[in-house]
Structures are given as structure tokens and as C-alpha cells.
Ligand binder design. Structure first.
Ligand SMILES: [Fe+2]
Length: 382
């Protein structure tokens, strides 16, 4: 294709205390609001309280659906949709990490479209979903500005990627104050997920000039602020930069795709419940080593964006610097360092690799991997 498409008509409200906008924004779309959130963390951190106060101040009727598990299932979407339809909900406020935002998108879609959520892995959502105000409390997925959702079909044991303008949020509110209570390991894993989005979008075969701008800026912001956010969760500036960085990464990958790291991370989640960000973190530098011959120039630019000294280095040397910097950043996060540590069984590696190679994300990877090469990468991090 000789031309590119870049889409994002989401209204973005960001910065400290931007959460105070929630009532006004939700009220401009409807009167009966369903807040879709996880089971406990938004209550513990006080984020839910802030949202409820904001909504009530604007005299909106509010119902809380707090049944979202991590990796939300089709069953949860059915339950949420049933309640939303019965109560005549007209607007959804999505509050939480990627799982809560993804569940909210599924419920929004199924309130206005016929059939079951599982029908839409292959079919297009014809009707626009209920308006969504998306409020992330982690800095990783970029889901608040993307038209994609990942829902797990627990019966078939597959993760369905469902997408379309029907579920693109109307408003994203990015308030760093909502992320300061995020535990260190979640900060680290979600931050590494965002870094992976940016790097994969930048080296993807579908990268384009507009996604490149967002990807490089995201790499810069995330690599400089993730260690600070992990070290001191209350560092508001670092938290704010992480939120902006992961959003930029979201713009980049939702228009240029992710690649082999994500293809290999998904089966780790599906088979062994390895958290998505952690799976990406474990794989990122080793997959970049594999990709390096096909994208040396791009990795050189990654090194520059990360603030590494590359003056006078050859393209090859600069690309090696980038991989070392990515690995150092990963080590600095304090996340587990091997598949063994996170409970993956060695004898399952071939099956994991078969799933990974079947993923659509492999097609846009700069270097085409064989099954044996994917197995080799898994073994290197075992
Ligand atoms: Fe991801």
C-alpha cells in the first residue's frame, strides 16, 4: 500500500486533577452512567471515589459494575451488558487498567449490537457502542485511545481481538494522580508493555511517518521515566510522563501494529497466566536481538531516543547499544528474569511457539521467524 491511515478522534483531557472533568464529560453524553471497573484496586486507591463524586456532582444516575477480572472474559461482558440493558444505561465510564477498559468496550458494543460478543471476532460491529469515557489507572495499554479490545473466550481458551470505530472511546481522561498508588510490579510490567508497543510500532512493517513521531517520543518518555516511577510511585511528574508516553505508544501501535514480541507474549498469558506486560518485558530485548539484522537503522534511532551515547558509532554498533539499553532498563525494573521463574513449563515451549507463529502480529515483524527460531528465543529466556 502506498498510503497510510492514522486515526484518533478521541477527546483527550490530561494532567494533574483532570479527573475533575469526569462529570461534565459524562453528562454531555447521557444521564444514566455505568462505571465499569475491576474488583478492588480502584476502590483501594480512591480512584472510584473520585469518579463517583464527580458524576454525582453533575446529578447523574450512577451504577457501578465492579466485576471485571484481569483478562476479561466473554461471560463478564454478557453479565455487564445484561445489567446495562436492564437499567437503561446510556453512557459508560471505564475506570482501571487495560482489563477494565477492554471490558467496558465490550459492554458498550453489546448494548447496541445483536448476538454475542464472540460473534464479533470475525464480524464487524455495525452499530456504534454506547459512548465511553475512558480513565486509565495504569500506564501501559493505551486502550483509552484505541479502537481495540481483547476479550477471552474461556470456553475455547482463546483471546479474541475485537475492533472497530464502534468502540473507540469518546473521551480519555489521563490524570497522573490516579496512578500514584499503582504497586511497583504493576508499574514496571505495564510500563514495559508500553515500551514494547512503542518499539514494535517503530520497527513494524506497517510503521509510517506519523506513527514514527509518536513511537520515538514514547520511547524517550518511557525509558527516562519508568525507573523513576518504579522507584518513587508518588513522583507525579514521572507518573504524568508515563501516562503521556503510553498514550503516544498507543497512537503508534494502534495505527502501525505490534509484532513478534506480542505474538510470543500472548500464549504465555493464555497458557500460564503470565501478566501481559511481564511477558513482553521478558521477551523484548531477546526478540530485538533476533530482529536486529532487519532493522539496524531503526534500532540506532531507538538508542538515540533512549538518550544513549551513539556519536561516532556505526549503525551496527548503535543498534547493539539500543538492545543493551532495553535490557538494562528491564533489569532495573526488578521484574522476574526468566520464564522458569514465572511458572512456565519447559516442555510446553514448542506449543507456545506454534501459537505465536500463527499470530497475525508476526506478519508485520521486520524479520520473518521460523518455528525453530521462535523456540530458540523462548529457550534463551527460560
Ligand atoms: Fe501490549
Amino acid at each position: 500500500m502506498s498510503y497510510s491511515i492514522f486515526q484518533s478522534p478521541v477527546k483527550i483531557i490530561y494532567g494533574k486533577d483532570s479527573i475533575t472533568e469526569v462529570g461534565k464529560q459524562a453528562g454531555s453524553y447521557g444521564k444514566k452512567i455505568m462505571v465499569v471497573t475491576g474488583r478492588s484496586s480502584s476502590k483501594k486507591t480512591g480512584a472510584l471515589q473520585k469518579v463517583l463524586e464527580g458524576l454525582k456532582k453533575n446529578n447523574l444516575e450512577v451504577l457501578v459494575f465492579d466485576k471485571v477480572e484481569s483478562d476479561p472474559s466473554a461471560k463478564t461482558i454478557r453479565k455487564g451488558t445484561e445489567i446495562a440493558r436492564a437499567e437503561g444505561i446510556d453512557t459508560i465510564v471505564a475506570l482501571g487498567g487495560g482489563s477494565a477498559l477492554d471490558a467496558a468496550k465490550g459492554i458498550s458494543a453489546m448494548c447496541t449490537n445483536p448476538g454475542d460478543i464472540t460473534d464479533y471476532e470475525k464480524n464487524i460491529l455495525k452499530n456504534m457502542g454506547l459512548p465511553i469515557i475512558a480513565i486509565p489507572t495504569t500506564a501501559g495499554t493505551g486502550s483509552e485511545i484505541s479502537k481495540f479490545t481483547v476479550i477471552t473466550d474461556t470456553e475455547k481458551k482463546i483471546k479474541m481481538l475485537i475492533g472497530g470505530e464502534a468502540i473507540l472511546p469518546k473521551v480519555a481522561i489521563l490524570d497522573p494522580c490516579l496512578t500514584i498508588m499503582m504497586p511497583k510490579n504493576v508499574t514496571a510490567a505495564t510500563g514495559m508493555d508500553a515500551l514494547t508497543h512503542a518499539i514494535e510500532a517503530y520497527i513494524s512493517k506497517a510503521s509510517q511517518p506519523m506513527t514514527d513521531i509518536f513511537a520515538l517520543k514514547a520511547i524517550e518518555l518511557i525509558s527516562r521515566n519508568l525507573p523513576k516511577a518504579v522507584l518513587d510511585g508518588e513522583n507525579i511528574k514521572a507518573r504524568e510522563n508515563m501516562l503521556i508516553g503510553q498514550m503516544y505508544a498507543g497512537f503508534a501501535f494502534s495505527n502501525a501494529s505490534v509484532a513478534l514480541v506480542h505474538a510470543m507474549a500472548r500464549p504465555l498469558g493464555a497458557y500460564f497466566d503470565v501478566a501481559h506486560g511481564l511477558a513482553n518485558a521478558l521477551l523484548l530485548s531477546k526478540v530485538m536481538e533476533f530482529n536486529r539484522p532487519a532493522c539496524q537503522e531503526r534500532l540506532f534511532q531507538v538508542a538515540i531516543a533512549m538518550g544513549e551515547k551513539v556519536e561516532g558509532l556505526s549503525t551496527r554498533e548503535g543498534s547493539l547499544v539500543a538492545i543493551k539499553a532495553i535490557n538494562n532498563l528491564f533489569l532495573e525494573t526488578g521484574l522476574p528474569k526468566s520464564l522458569k521463574e514465572v511458572g512456565v513449563l519447559k516442555e510446553s515451549i514448542r506449543d507456545l511457539a506454534k501459537d505465536a507463529i500463527a499470530s497475525g502480529s508476526v506478519l508485520l515483524n521486520p524479520r520473518k521467524p521460523s518455528l525453530e527460531e521462535i523456540i530458540d528465543i523462548y529457550e534463551k529466556i527460560y
